[in-house]
Design a protein around this ligand. Structure first.
Ligand code: APR
Length: 235
């Protein structure tokens, strides 16, 4: 029996900070990006958290407050609408919840989630912060547990990467949006695409990628409108 496509095609989308740029969320390595203003190893690494946990809590409190003021952009909404025609799986490096708020149902966060903190003594215990209660510090206790940002710091493992590779191996179409492809292992996801599966890369200032990848030199919203046209979907 041949594998007739009697199911929706699997559309796997890997997104980075550029996906949320049009929502006013700063990227990291563009001009004016986050890492120009903050020493990344002090505010986003395991060593930095050990050295000055209060600074790291404050850094993520500020980003969380910005996120509560932000809205999904047209790119997030187009991506969510593709679920009508495809089995869409989003694998994101982003810690914002804009994909979810735009209506995407299958979102796998590789680097954590800004709206959540987790118990220091039980990493599986997550607590969701709200706009009314956005901040934590090293002394915050929730349900009897001290908490830390539910973020994968540099120098820490990426626990969801193995699952992400399994999802990419099932892709019928793979799309990369808004990432400089400079952080591993996320940047290596494209290596798990089966031979012959089309790969698209949407970015206004794309990183160098192997031949054969269809580069759409545009921002997320414009690029996704173009991609929807290529895929035969009215977005
Ligand atoms: N639409 C799409 N892409 C955009 C837009 C836009 N409007 N504006 C900028 N970009 C692109 C940039 O050209 C760049 O390629 O988004 C990318 C942002 O790259 P980075 O700032 O390096 O962000 P990212 O690749 O997601 O960083 C990966 O590094 O610091 C860590 O954990 C952090 O998840 C982050 C990881």
């Amino acid at each position: 029996m041949t594998d007739t496509m009697d199911r929706k095609p699997n559309l796997v989308i890997s997104t980075g900070a550029g996906m949320s740029a049009e929502s006013g969320i700063r990227t990291f390595r563009d001009a004016g990006g986050m890492w120009e203003e903050y020493p990344v190893m002090q505010v986003a690494s395991a060593d930095g958290f050990r050295a000055d946990p209060a600074l790291v809590h404050r850094f993520y409190n500020a980003r969380r407050r910005d996120l509560f003021k932000a809205q999904p952009n047209e790119g997030h909404r187009i991506l969510a609408s593709l679920e009508d025609r495809f089995n869409v799986e989003v694998i994101t490096q982003n810690v914002d919840d804009l994909h979810e708020r735009a209506g995407s149902h299958n979102v796998l966060h590789l680097h954590g989630e800004l709206t959540k903190v987790r118990a220091m003594d039980d990493p599986s215990l997550l607590f969701t912060l709200t706009e009314d209660n956005p901040d934590t510090d090293p002394h915050t206790v929730i349900d009897g547990h001290k908490v830390r940002p539910h973020i994968v710091f540099f120098q820490e493992d990426v626990p969801n990467f193995a699952l992400a590779t399994e999802i990419v191996e099932q892709a019928d179409i793979f799309v990369i949006i808004g990432t400089s492809l400079s952080v591993y292992p996320a940047a290596a996801l494209v290596r798990y695409v089966r031979p012959g599966v089309p790969v698209y890369y949407i970015d206004p200032n794309p990183a160098a990628v192997p031949a054969g990848i269809h580069v759409i030199r545009a921002g997320a919203s414009e690029g996704l409108r173009k991609l929807a046209g290529i895929l035969g979907v009215n977005a």
